[in-house]
Design a protein around this ligand. Sequence first.
Ligand SMILES: Nc1ncnc2c1ncn2[C@@H]1O[C@H](COP(=O)(O)OP(=O)(O)OP(=O)(O)O)[C@@H](O)[C@H]1O
Length: 506
Amino acid sequence: MRGAIRNVEMNANDSGKLLADYGHVRKLAMQSLFDTLDASSEGTVVVDQDARIVWINQDYAARFGFADPRNAIGRDCEAVIPHSLMREVVTSGEPILLDILETSRDPLVVTRLPIKDGQGNTIGAVGFALFAELKALTPLFSQYSRLQAELIATRQSLAQARRAKYTFSSFVGTSAASLETKRLARRAAQLGSPVLLLGETGTGKELLAHAIHGASGRADRPLVTVNVAAIPDTLLELEFFGAAAGAYTGADRKGRVGKFELAHGGTLFLDEIGDMPLPLQGKLLRVLQDKEFEPLGSNRIVRADARIIAATSADLPALVAQGRFRADLYYRLNVLTIHVPPLRERLSDIEAMSYAILDRLCSQRDAGHLELDEEALRLLCAYHWPGNVRELQNTLERAVMLSDSERIDARSLARFIGDGHGMAGLGTHADAPRGGEDAAPGKDDASEATAAATPQRYEEAMRAFEQRLLSDALRATGGRVAEAASRLGIGRATLYKKIAALGIEP
Ligand SMILES: Nc1ncnc2c1ncn2[C@@H]1O[C@H](COP(=O)(O)OP(=O)(O)OP(=O)(O)O)[C@@H](O)[C@H]1O
């Protein structure tokens, strides 16, 4: 037993010594490689420096019609193997590592290697037919094809997602305020300067950003959106500028392309820009000025040719005054500013807007025609719509869901927006349709009396109203902010901001 162990040790030592000499190892490896390929390949052929066959194995010769391989010796390789590229290998001295050789039977997967003398001169070439059937490579090919198909599909869906979803015709409204908004937005589409969209939540700023991009010269390039309020401050820089591979650990260790780069040639829509942290505002300003930046952790310079459309429901000038928004960035963005009016300032749009929403609901539900009765329409015009068009959509959607009839009446709306009482002054805008002030349910005697008894400034009244509205919504949803926001028809980020501003306990 001990002897056997010593033998194994000696053999191991011997082979260890043999493998320590690299020149020798190379020779052994070459020999093993050749033997392995020769033994397992479907055919082997050797040519001299004039590409004449000097050796071919029996099977391979037989495949090309030479029952006796000796009859193939001395012939030009192409005369034996049609379409052979062995001549190219001896001429160039370069291998063709993997190729497909069409034959009169199945195609072959082949590899061709030059043979060099001690001085490095090419003195011939050896060719191996690795597989007689491409089927042997099927798993590889099918995996490649599947990945290729997935890549194409992902690119297509991304390109689709980055197209403008809305056009100017999606923007419903013929009131003077709406027409002016559309006129300015159409003008913005013709220009290349930054656009700043200011307006309350749900007024259609994102819709307009899509329409402007879609009507601009950049329409066939991507429209990329970053919702600043929805991304934690710590991740915003990465989101904007991307990072080189290895700059981050975890999911982003492979590197990440930033939104600025994705929007190259197209439009970058910065939603809720008022929420951008100050340090990032400085970086954004520099990129807008220099038109280039370096992704995090890289020394690659990326050109940033993206047209900026920024939007916010915040009072940007007030944020500038408070030092929470950089004045220089504000002026840079404030080239073409469009104030998107709240719904209560374009009440004459409500009827058309409501019917556009109801038509969409009908086609989604595959249902017949839906109608609003006279009282319902008055109620819609009397309400002050803090969530604007989004809230109008939600309200009608819910009313339709809960209504058995195709006619929506005031009662089915009242549970969502109240019955109009206690809203004196809120629904009495000069733009109100169908009798305007007289028609507004909030303009009844009781509410006028209340207003007279407790004269309040508009802002105080609004603040009290908002506090009550939000508290009720939060109470009704058990403090779930997302659900309360959805019920109110406003964004979650907006609700959080209002909760903080109004000092409400969530
Ligand atoms: N004039 C309009 N005509 C038709 N639909 C509109 C109009 N304005 C807004 N909408 C619809 O209302 C919803 C909210 O609009 P959008 O998201 O554009 O508002 P926003 O001002 O960007 O809101 P936020 O500030 O909360 O992001 C969308 O479904 C949009 O299609």
